[in-house]
Design a protein around this ligand. Structure first.
Ligand SMILES: Nc1nc2c(ncn2[C@@H]2O[C@H](COP(=O)(O)OP(=O)(O)OP(=O)(O)O)[C@@H](O)[C@H]2O)c(=O)[nH]1
Ligand SMILES: [Mg+2]
Length: 223
């Protein structure tokens, strides 16, 4: 086995060990975790802003933001009043379990029901790194092209849910919703699908319900 592949395997297996420890910690604390991945600009932060406005009072949520540089996304999230920590990866194109573990120092875990992680925007590196999440959500916006699942298979293969976003722009594109669903399911027959527009609000209710469906009833302050 070539040296560079050996090194990569070593990094990944170390990550998997830490991710396993995180998963156990989250289970003990009763915290659910979502890892959001997509190419840059698909609308991860926009969807998060909407989600926090809608669910921030019913659930105790914290957000971890991943970007190479800037605190831009953390500032947008902080404006919703939800606790947030920004990780700047410098040159790394993904978040690693060890980075998540360190950022947990910024939150009071006892209080939390849900942690949402926004990964670094790209459809390649984040796929290989388990962050101890319960759910991996991949966003794809209609301006990106419906062939993306076929070109970046690992990202769609490992996701539990695909959110098709920017539905309000559909008519300006040649994007086919049926084609993108077919392409994603050819790799991952069990992937669930939601369609949203953060601009018009279409589909956001379904997305909120999807999140609530995996938070134990006892932790929801909804009547
Ligand atoms: N028309 C339209 N614009 C959207 C929608 N969702 C997000 N946008 C816009 O798309 C741009 C990028 O959105 P972001 O939320 O910053 O995307 P992101 O995935 O967080 O980007 P990175 O963090 O850089 O990976 C912003 O100008 C948003 O306002 C949508 O549903 N419809
Ligand atoms: Mg963002």
């Amino acid at each position: 086995v070539p040296e560079n592949i050996k090194l990569e395997q070593k990094i990944l297996s170390r990550n998997d060990i830490i991710a396993g420890e995180l998963r156990e910690l989250f289970r003990r604390e009763g915290i659910k975790v979502i890892n959001m991945v997509s190419s840059p600009g698909s609308g991860k932060t926009a969807l998060l802003e909407k989600t926090l406005e809608d669910l921030g009072r019913d659930l105790s949520i914290a957000v971890i933001e991943g970007d190479l540089r800037t605190e831009n996304d953390a500032k947008r999230i902080a404006a919703t009043g939800v606790p947030v920590h920004q990780i700047n990866t410098g040159s790394a194109c993904h978040l690693e379990a060890d980075m998540i573990r360190k950022s947990l120092d910024h939150f009071n875990l006892k209080d939390l029901d849900l942690i949402i992680i926004e990964n670094v925007g790209n459809l390649v590196c984040p796929s290989a790194f388990d962050l101890g999440e319960d759910l991996r959500v991949v966003l794809i916006s209609v301006t990106e092209g419906d062939d993306k699942p076929l070109k970046y298979p690992a990202m769609f293969h490992r996701a539990d849910l695909m959110v098709i976003n920017k539905l309000d722009l559909l008519e300006q594109t040649d994007f086919s919703v049926d084609a993108v669903i077919g392409n994603a399911r050819s790799l991952n027959p069990r992937i669930e699908v939601l369609q949203t527009s953060c601009r018009t609000g279409a589909g956001l209710e379904g997305w909120n319900r999807y999140i609530l469906s995996f938070i134990p009833q006892s932790r929801q302050r909804i009547v």
